[in-house]
Design a protein around this ligand. Structure first.
Ligand SMILES: NC(=O)c1ccc[n+]([C@@H]2O[C@H](COP(=O)([O-])OP(=O)(O)OC[C@H]3O[C@@H](n4cnc5c(N)ncnc54)[C@H](OP(=O)(O)O)[C@@H]3O)[C@@H](O)[C@H]2O)c1
Length: 253
Protein backbone atom coordinates (compact mmCIF):
# COMPACT_ATOMS: atom_id res chain seq x y z
CA UNK A 1 0.00 0.00 0.00
CA UNK A 2 2.97 2.27 0.70
CA UNK A 3 4.20 1.80 -2.85
CA UNK A 4 0.70 2.21 -4.28
CA UNK A 5 0.43 5.53 -2.52
CA UNK A 6 3.83 6.65 -3.81
CA UNK A 7 3.11 5.68 -7.40
CA UNK A 8 -0.37 7.25 -7.35
CA UNK A 9 1.00 10.49 -5.89
CA UNK A 10 3.62 10.70 -8.65
CA UNK A 11 1.04 9.83 -11.33
CA UNK A 12 -1.24 12.61 -10.06
CA UNK A 13 0.97 15.64 -10.28
CA UNK A 14 3.22 15.35 -7.23
CA UNK A 15 6.89 15.70 -8.24
CA UNK A 16 9.53 13.13 -7.33
CA UNK A 17 11.48 16.04 -5.81
CA UNK A 18 8.62 16.67 -3.35
CA UNK A 19 8.78 13.19 -1.86
CA UNK A 20 11.37 11.46 0.31
CA UNK A 21 10.93 7.86 1.36
CA UNK A 22 12.54 5.36 3.68
CA UNK A 23 12.60 1.56 3.60
CA UNK A 24 14.42 -1.07 5.58
CA UNK A 25 16.31 -3.23 3.08
CA UNK A 26 18.97 -1.80 0.75
CA UNK A 27 17.30 -3.68 -2.15
CA UNK A 28 14.00 -1.96 -1.47
CA UNK A 29 15.71 1.42 -1.12
CA UNK A 30 17.50 0.98 -4.48
CA UNK A 31 14.27 -0.20 -6.11
CA UNK A 32 12.28 2.82 -4.86
CA UNK A 33 14.96 5.26 -6.03
CA UNK A 34 15.44 3.70 -9.48
CA UNK A 35 11.72 3.10 -10.14
CA UNK A 36 10.30 6.40 -8.92
CA UNK A 37 13.27 8.79 -8.88
CA UNK A 38 12.50 9.79 -5.29
CA UNK A 39 15.12 10.52 -2.66
CA UNK A 40 15.62 7.64 -0.26
CA UNK A 41 16.61 8.78 3.23
CA UNK A 42 16.63 7.67 6.85
CA UNK A 43 13.49 7.44 8.98
CA UNK A 44 14.76 10.45 10.86
CA UNK A 45 15.02 12.53 7.65
CA UNK A 46 11.54 11.44 6.59
CA UNK A 47 10.18 12.30 10.04
CA UNK A 48 11.44 15.86 9.59
CA UNK A 49 9.20 16.49 6.56
CA UNK A 50 6.18 18.75 6.84
CA UNK A 51 3.82 15.88 6.03
CA UNK A 52 4.87 12.44 7.26
CA UNK A 53 3.05 9.39 5.93
CA UNK A 54 3.41 6.29 8.11
CA UNK A 55 2.92 3.13 6.02
CA UNK A 56 4.96 0.39 7.68
CA UNK A 57 3.26 -2.79 8.90
CA UNK A 58 1.60 -2.14 12.27
CA UNK A 59 3.91 -4.63 14.02
CA UNK A 60 6.95 -2.65 12.76
CA UNK A 61 5.70 0.63 14.22
CA UNK A 62 7.19 -0.05 17.68
CA UNK A 63 10.65 -0.19 16.00
CA UNK A 64 10.03 3.25 14.50
CA UNK A 65 8.88 4.54 17.89
CA UNK A 66 12.08 3.33 19.59
CA UNK A 67 14.26 4.64 16.77
CA UNK A 68 12.78 8.15 16.78
CA UNK A 69 11.73 8.61 20.42
CA UNK A 70 14.89 10.42 21.56
CA UNK A 71 15.38 12.38 18.34
CA UNK A 72 14.53 16.08 18.08
CA UNK A 73 12.68 15.50 14.76
CA UNK A 74 9.64 14.21 16.62
CA UNK A 75 9.19 17.72 18.01
CA UNK A 76 8.77 19.23 14.52
CA UNK A 77 5.35 20.70 13.71
CA UNK A 78 3.32 19.58 10.70
CA UNK A 79 1.06 16.67 9.88
CA UNK A 80 1.35 12.94 10.34
CA UNK A 81 -0.89 10.68 8.29
CA UNK A 82 -0.96 6.98 9.19
CA UNK A 83 -2.41 4.24 6.99
CA UNK A 84 -1.40 1.57 9.51
CA UNK A 85 -4.26 -0.67 10.59
CA UNK A 86 -5.01 -0.77 14.29
CA UNK A 87 -2.61 1.92 15.56
CA UNK A 88 -4.70 4.57 17.37
CA UNK A 89 -4.05 8.22 16.77
CA UNK A 90 -3.36 8.70 20.52
CA UNK A 91 -0.24 6.57 20.04
CA UNK A 92 0.83 8.60 17.00
CA UNK A 93 0.32 11.77 19.01
CA UNK A 94 2.56 10.44 21.80
CA UNK A 95 5.40 10.02 19.28
CA UNK A 96 4.72 13.28 17.38
CA UNK A 97 3.27 15.60 20.05
CA UNK A 98 3.55 18.76 17.91
CA UNK A 99 1.83 17.37 14.83
CA UNK A 100 -1.76 17.04 13.70
CA UNK A 101 -2.49 13.32 13.43
CA UNK A 102 -4.74 11.75 10.81
CA UNK A 103 -5.60 8.07 10.41
CA UNK A 104 -6.70 6.61 7.10
CA UNK A 105 -7.80 3.14 6.00
CA UNK A 106 -7.50 2.59 2.25
CA UNK A 107 -8.46 -0.66 0.51
CA UNK A 108 -6.67 -2.56 -2.26
CA UNK A 109 -8.50 -0.98 -5.26
CA UNK A 110 -6.49 2.10 -4.20
CA UNK A 111 -3.69 0.60 -6.31
CA UNK A 112 -5.64 1.67 -9.41
CA UNK A 113 -7.08 4.85 -7.89
CA UNK A 114 -10.46 3.17 -7.24
CA UNK A 115 -10.20 2.68 -3.49
CA UNK A 116 -12.45 3.95 -0.76
CA UNK A 117 -10.41 5.60 1.95
CA UNK A 118 -11.81 6.17 5.41
CA UNK A 119 -10.23 9.18 7.10
CA UNK A 120 -10.36 10.07 10.80
CA UNK A 121 -9.28 13.67 11.15
CA UNK A 122 -7.58 15.50 14.02
CA UNK A 123 -10.14 17.59 15.92
CA UNK A 124 -7.59 20.42 16.15
CA UNK A 125 -7.19 20.58 12.36
CA UNK A 126 -8.60 23.52 10.42
CA UNK A 127 -10.87 22.99 7.41
CA UNK A 128 -7.92 23.79 5.11
CA UNK A 129 -5.69 21.24 6.85
CA UNK A 130 -8.36 18.54 6.47
CA UNK A 131 -8.78 19.46 2.80
CA UNK A 132 -5.01 19.14 2.26
CA UNK A 133 -4.96 15.59 3.68
CA UNK A 134 -8.09 14.64 1.74
CA UNK A 135 -6.41 15.90 -1.44
CA UNK A 136 -3.36 13.77 -0.73
CA UNK A 137 -5.49 10.65 -0.20
CA UNK A 138 -7.77 11.34 -3.16
CA UNK A 139 -5.03 9.98 -5.48
CA UNK A 140 -6.08 6.57 -4.10
CA UNK A 141 -9.84 6.97 -4.64
CA UNK A 142 -12.88 8.34 -2.81
CA UNK A 143 -12.19 9.73 0.65
CA UNK A 144 -14.85 9.39 3.35
CA UNK A 145 -14.44 11.26 6.65
CA UNK A 146 -15.61 9.47 9.79
CA UNK A 147 -14.89 9.02 13.50
CA UNK A 148 -11.86 7.03 14.59
CA UNK A 149 -14.06 4.62 16.60
CA UNK A 150 -15.63 3.54 13.28
CA UNK A 151 -12.29 2.27 11.89
CA UNK A 152 -12.81 -1.39 12.92
CA UNK A 153 -16.16 -1.41 11.12
CA UNK A 154 -14.50 0.12 8.04
CA UNK A 155 -11.72 -2.48 8.18
CA UNK A 156 -14.37 -5.23 8.17
CA UNK A 157 -16.50 -3.72 5.40
CA UNK A 158 -14.36 -1.91 2.83
CA UNK A 159 -10.94 -3.13 4.03
CA UNK A 160 -11.78 -6.86 3.85
CA UNK A 161 -14.53 -6.21 1.29
CA UNK A 162 -12.38 -6.67 -1.84
CA UNK A 163 -11.62 -10.25 -0.72
CA UNK A 164 -15.32 -10.98 -0.16
CA UNK A 165 -16.25 -9.49 -3.53
CA UNK A 166 -13.39 -11.34 -5.28
CA UNK A 167 -14.71 -14.62 -3.87
CA UNK A 168 -18.21 -13.85 -5.17
CA UNK A 169 -16.80 -12.80 -8.57
CA UNK A 170 -14.82 -16.04 -8.80
CA UNK A 171 -17.90 -18.10 -7.93
CA UNK A 172 -20.03 -16.31 -10.55
CA UNK A 173 -17.31 -16.94 -13.16
CA UNK A 174 -17.34 -20.64 -12.26
CA UNK A 175 -21.13 -20.54 -12.59
CA UNK A 176 -20.83 -19.11 -16.13
CA UNK A 177 -18.46 -21.93 -17.07
CA UNK A 178 -20.88 -24.43 -15.48
CA UNK A 179 -23.65 -23.27 -17.85
CA UNK A 180 -21.40 -23.62 -20.89
CA UNK A 181 -19.70 -20.22 -21.43
CA UNK A 182 -15.96 -19.81 -21.98
CA UNK A 183 -13.87 -18.53 -19.06
CA UNK A 184 -12.96 -15.28 -20.86
CA UNK A 185 -16.52 -14.50 -21.99
CA UNK A 186 -17.76 -15.28 -18.47
CA UNK A 187 -15.22 -12.89 -16.99
CA UNK A 188 -16.33 -10.05 -19.28
CA UNK A 189 -19.97 -10.68 -18.42
CA UNK A 190 -19.43 -10.92 -14.65
CA UNK A 191 -17.10 -7.89 -14.34
CA UNK A 192 -19.43 -5.82 -16.52
CA UNK A 193 -22.55 -6.91 -14.64
CA UNK A 194 -21.08 -6.02 -11.24
CA UNK A 195 -19.57 -2.70 -12.34
CA UNK A 196 -22.74 -1.77 -14.29
CA UNK A 197 -25.09 -2.64 -11.44
CA UNK A 198 -23.12 -0.51 -8.99
CA UNK A 199 -22.98 2.39 -11.49
CA UNK A 200 -26.75 2.21 -12.07
CA UNK A 201 -27.55 2.08 -8.33
CA UNK A 202 -25.20 4.96 -7.69
CA UNK A 203 -26.05 7.30 -10.58
CA UNK A 204 -29.82 6.81 -10.48
CA UNK A 205 -29.88 6.64 -6.66
CA UNK A 206 -32.07 3.54 -6.83
CA UNK A 207 -32.64 1.35 -3.77
CA UNK A 208 -31.18 -2.16 -4.42
CA UNK A 209 -34.60 -3.75 -3.78
CA UNK A 210 -36.12 -1.56 -6.54
CA UNK A 211 -33.50 -2.73 -9.05
CA UNK A 212 -34.02 -6.38 -8.02
CA UNK A 213 -37.80 -6.03 -8.44
CA UNK A 214 -37.38 -4.41 -11.86
CA UNK A 215 -35.34 -7.38 -13.14
CA UNK A 216 -37.63 -10.02 -11.59
CA UNK A 217 -40.55 -10.95 -13.88
CA UNK A 218 -43.39 -13.24 -12.74
CA UNK A 219 -42.38 -16.93 -12.85
CA UNK A 220 -39.21 -15.87 -14.69
CA UNK A 221 -35.55 -16.83 -14.54
CA UNK A 222 -34.43 -14.22 -12.00
CA UNK A 223 -36.94 -15.18 -9.31
CA UNK A 224 -35.91 -18.83 -9.75
CA UNK A 225 -32.33 -17.82 -8.93
CA UNK A 226 -33.35 -15.50 -6.09
CA UNK A 227 -35.27 -18.31 -4.42
CA UNK A 228 -32.01 -20.31 -4.28
CA UNK A 229 -30.09 -17.33 -2.81
CA UNK A 230 -32.76 -16.77 -0.15
CA UNK A 231 -33.00 -20.49 0.72
CA UNK A 232 -29.22 -20.56 1.17
CA UNK A 233 -29.42 -17.55 3.50
CA UNK A 234 -27.04 -15.38 1.48
CA UNK A 235 -28.15 -12.12 3.14
CA UNK A 236 -27.61 -13.49 6.66
CA UNK A 237 -24.31 -15.07 5.61
CA UNK A 238 -22.97 -11.74 4.31
CA UNK A 239 -24.03 -9.94 7.49
CA UNK A 240 -22.35 -12.65 9.60
CA UNK A 241 -19.24 -12.40 7.40
CA UNK A 242 -18.78 -8.69 8.04
CA UNK A 243 -19.59 -9.09 11.75
CA UNK A 244 -16.93 -11.82 12.07
CA UNK A 245 -14.34 -9.57 10.38
CA UNK A 246 -15.37 -6.69 12.68
CA UNK A 247 -14.99 -8.82 15.82
CA UNK A 248 -11.58 -9.98 14.60
CA UNK A 249 -10.49 -6.37 13.96
CA UNK A 250 -11.55 -5.46 17.51
CA UNK A 251 -9.72 -8.45 18.98
CA UNK A 252 -6.50 -7.49 17.14
CA UNK A 253 -6.47 -3.95 18.61
N1 LIG B 1 -2.29 -3.74 1.82
C1 LIG B 1 -3.49 -3.19 2.02
O1 LIG B 1 -4.47 -3.41 1.32
C2 LIG B 1 -3.65 -2.20 3.14
C3 LIG B 1 -4.89 -1.57 3.32
C4 LIG B 1 -5.01 -0.63 4.34
C5 LIG B 1 -3.93 -0.34 5.15
N2 LIG B 1 -2.75 -0.99 4.96
C6 LIG B 1 -1.65 -0.66 5.85
O2 LIG B 1 -0.54 -0.25 5.07
C7 LIG B 1 0.65 -0.53 5.81
C8 LIG B 1 1.66 -1.15 4.88
O3 LIG B 1 1.20 -2.40 4.43
P1 LIG B 1 1.84 -3.06 3.15
O4 LIG B 1 1.09 -4.30 2.91
O5 LIG B 1 1.99 -2.03 2.08
O6 LIG B 1 3.31 -3.42 3.72
P2 LIG B 1 4.69 -3.61 2.93
O7 LIG B 1 4.43 -3.96 1.50
O8 LIG B 1 5.52 -4.52 3.77
O9 LIG B 1 5.32 -2.15 2.91
C9 LIG B 1 5.86 -1.63 4.06
C10 LIG B 1 7.09 -0.80 3.71
O10 LIG B 1 7.68 -0.41 4.96
C11 LIG B 1 9.10 -0.60 4.87
N3 LIG B 1 9.70 -0.82 6.19
C12 LIG B 1 9.65 -1.94 6.96
N4 LIG B 1 10.32 -1.74 8.11
C13 LIG B 1 10.80 -0.47 8.06
C14 LIG B 1 11.55 0.33 8.95
N5 LIG B 1 11.94 -0.13 10.14
N6 LIG B 1 11.84 1.58 8.58
C15 LIG B 1 11.43 2.07 7.39
N7 LIG B 1 10.70 1.37 6.50
C16 LIG B 1 10.39 0.11 6.83
C17 LIG B 1 9.25 -1.81 4.00
O11 LIG B 1 10.56 -1.86 3.49
P3 LIG B 1 11.29 -3.30 3.36
O12 LIG B 1 10.58 -3.99 2.26
O13 LIG B 1 12.69 -2.93 3.03
O14 LIG B 1 11.15 -3.99 4.71
C18 LIG B 1 8.18 -1.55 2.92
O15 LIG B 1 8.65 -0.69 1.93
C19 LIG B 1 0.25 -1.46 6.95
O16 LIG B 1 0.32 -0.74 8.17
C20 LIG B 1 -1.16 -1.85 6.65
O17 LIG B 1 -1.92 -1.99 7.84
C21 LIG B 1 -2.58 -1.89 3.97
Amino acid sequence: MAEAMLSRLLANGYGANQVIVSARSPERQAYLHSTYGVTVASNSDVAAAHTVILAVKPQVFSEIESELADSSVVQHPGTVLSIMAGIPSARLRRLFPQRLTFRAMPNTPAQVGAGVIALATDSAATEAEVVAVKELLSVLGEVVVLRENQMDAVTALSGSGPAFIALIVEALCDAGVAVGLSRSLTQTLVYGTIAGTVKLLDEREIHPAQLKDAVTSPAGTTIAGIEVLETAGVRGTLIQTVKAAYQRAQALN
